[in-house]
Design a binder for this molecule. Structure first.
Ligand code: SAH
Length: 287
């Protein structure tokens, strides 16, 4: 693949996600903005009216994007397979979370969209994204609009971010910048990375397992969560484990499960160690 097509193929791994949009006109205008900027994958989370002739009218020549749009019930479903999720927020620091400018967003998206599916997430016209939805994002992006009135129209916000992403991808295509990246690699914080990032689904499974183990060990009282899981999500969201790392962590948690289960049956850790040594000796002897 040439560097140019290599760079531009990144567009195929980028999806725009609109959450619970109330005005179908905004869905159509978003499709148009996307098509102008060379993006084609639109995911609609529980839209109020879709399909709609109003959306179709506003999309003009971008109706194909509406026709191929995926409709899902929750944001979790929309980002299940994504390794990078960035949520656009009209308000800064609604919850303290790593925050990017649109330009920084474009650099991250360009760095990572070759190896990972990427979601750019936009909220409801009246109330934006909920705290739970914002916590499903690795980063938040804020467009530094005028403080007097910083909330953009939904499709205008999609346009600003998509434009920056396009400019970054075109710049790289023109300069063949991704020469520093092999086909199957992404750049993460300036380092070539060979393993894809954990997807939304893998992270959710990990968080549920982590929470269950913390509860089983009486470390975490779900009745009195004190933001523990939010902090855990923020910690791992900041680290952004890859798929290998997440599987090691899941293995560790399963091991804790097993030790706890056996301890509950009165088998001490020392006994377990001895059993393990004996089992290993058996295997060693048999080879
Ligand atoms: N009244 C809402 C704003 C909703 S605007 C609120 O206060 O949260 C609809 C969506 O457009 C937002 O959820 C966000 O995804 C995007 N958006 C609007 N203005 C933005 C800005 N200045 N920066 C980043 N995203 C913005």
């Amino acid at each position: 693949m040439s560097e140019q097509s290599n760079s531009l193929s990144a567009f195929n791994n980028i999806r725009i996600v609109l959450v619970n949009t109330s005005h179908p006109g905004n869905i159509g205008a978003t499709a148009r903005a996307m098509k102008n900027m060379g993006l084609s994958k639109l995911t609609l989370v529980d839209p109020e009216q879709f399909p709609s002739p109003v959306a179709t009218g506003r999309a003009v020549a971008a109706v194909d994007i509406l026709e191929r749009a995926e409709v899902v019930p929750t944001l979790e479903d929309a980002v299940r397979d994504c390794g990078l999720v960035i949520g656009a927020s009209a308000r800064v620091r609604r919850i303290p979370w790593p925050l990017l400018t649109p330009m920084e967003t474009a650099v991250k998206v360009a760095d990572e969209s070759r190896l990972n599916e990427v979601a750019l997430v936009f909220g409801r016209e009246d109330s934006g994204l909920t705290n739970e939805e914002l916590q499903l994002c690795h980063f938040h992006v804020h467009i530094a609009a005028d403080e007097q009135y910083s909330s953009l129209n939904l499709a205008a916000a999609v346009m600003v971010i998509s434009y920056e992403v396009r400019m970054e991808l075109l710049r790289r295509a023109a300069q063949a910048v991704p020469a520093r990246v092999a086909d199957e690699q992404a750049i993460v914080d300036g380092v070539d990375w060979d393993v894809p990032k954990a997807t939304g689904q893998q992270l959710e499974n990990f968080y549920s397992h982590l929470e269950q183990v913390m509860v089983d060990l009486n470390f975490h009282d779900p009745e009195n969560p004190r933001l523990l899981m939010m902090r855990m999500r923020r910690l791992f969201g900041r680290i952004r484990p890859d798929q290998m790392e997440i599987s090691i962590l899941r293995g560790l948690l399963s091991h804790v499960d097993m030790l706890k289960e056996r301890a509950d049956r009165g088998i001490s850790v020392e006994q377990q160690r001895q059993e393990k040594r004996a089992a290993k000796k058996d295997t060693d002897d048999s080879v």
